[in-house]
Design a protein around this ligand. Structure first.
Ligand code: VGL
Ligand code: ZN
Length: 190
């Protein structure tokens, strides 16, 4: 893939996964240096706006007693509880009025790590003629990974903006990148 192919075109879109307060330092499920993605993502969103490329931001948005929380048999501390302060986007994230918000993780009976899991997003993006998705956000080894794999499954080309993601664990991050590459995603070393 040459440099020109990495520039935004008319069949592209930008997906920003779960850049919420609870996933940043000070939150309830803090990712080390998770907040560092914010200025980078702001730049990517400005370029997308300039190029007329649609922007979608997902948010993890759990019921108070979600099954992914430890006390309910899940793996995580409580996080991104609907309407809580921690569920807000990071305060410095410049969410454009033109952006669409994708809400996920609302089911009582299942986790929904992928933005494509029962949201109708893939169908909608195909209708818009989107072919290629630039992906960034949190966490690289959980919701970014699940979304990238599902996006490929739904026959989109996926470019991962590596520098604008952070993993929950370094090892998880390395494994996630390997899985994404194996599945056909292009990892941009930016
Ligand atoms: C996420 C853990 C639990 C994520 C969501 O957005 O990556 N991680 N819920
Ligand atoms: Zn969650």
């Amino acid at each position: 893939m040459n440099t020109k192919d990495r520039q935004f075109g008319k069949e592209d879109m930008l997906l920003v996964v779960d850049v919420q307060k609870d996933f940043c330092p000070g939150g309830t499920l803090p990712i080390e240096r998770g907040d560092e993605v914010v200025p980078l993502i702001n730049r990517w969103m400005r370029s997308a706006l300039d190029a007329g490329v649609p922007i979608y931001l997902s948010r993890d948005w759990h019921p108070r007693h979600h099954l992914s929380f430890k006390k309910n048999g899940g793996q995580w501390p409580p996080h991104c509880v609907q309407d809580s302060d921690g569920a807000r986007f990071h305060a410095a994230l410049e969410v454009p009025i033109e952006a669409e918000i994708v809400t996920k993780g609302t089911r009582f009976d299942q986790d929904q790590n992928s933005v494509f899991d029962q949201t109708g997003l893939a169908c909608w993006l195909h209708k818009l003629g989107i072919k290629r998705i630039f992906v960034c956000g949190l966490a690289l080894d959980v919701c970014v990974l699940a979304s990238v794999l599902d996006g490929l499954e739904a026959e989109f080309e996926i470019l991962v903006i590596k520098g604008a993601t952070r993993p929950i664990t370094p090892e998880g991050g390395r494994n996630a990148l390997e899985k994404m590459r194996e599945a056909g995603a292009v990892v941009l070393e930016v």
